[in-house]
Ligand binder design. Sequence first.
Ligand code: AMP
Length: 113
Amino acid sequence: MENCLFCKIVKGEIPSTKVYENEYVYAFRDISPQAPTHVLVIPKEHVSSLDDTEAFPDRNLAECLRAIPVIAKQEGLTGGYRVVSNCGPDACQSVPHLHFHILGGTQMADRMA
Ligand code: AMP
C-alpha cells in the first residue's frame, strides 16, 4: 500500500525503533507510548484491520500472534502484559494497517474500556 504509514515503516522509508523482525512480522516501539513498554506488532503484508482478514493468509496472522510472547519475553515482561488491536472508528483505530499493541511494564487498569 503506497500511502500506508506502517508499510513505509516496514520498507524503512520512515524510521522506527525495531524490536523484532522475521519474514512475516515487524515490531517496533510506539512513538507515543501508553505504558513503560509499548510495542506494535504488524504483519509485513498490508491488511487494514482484523475486520479485513478474511482473505489474508493464516500464516501472516499466526506469525504476528506467535511473535507476541517472544517479544514480551525479550522485553522482560515477566509480570504479564496486555495485547490490544483497535479495529475501526469506535475503537479509535488511527492507522489502517493491522497492528497489535503490546502494553506492559506496569500494573494495568482493571477495566479495559
Ligand atoms: P491505533 O490508534 O490503534 O491505530 O494505533 C496506532 C498507533 O501507532 C498509535 O499508538 C500511535 O502512537 C502509533 N504510531 C503512529 N505513528 C507512528 C510512528 N511513526 N512510529 C511508531 N508508532 C507510531
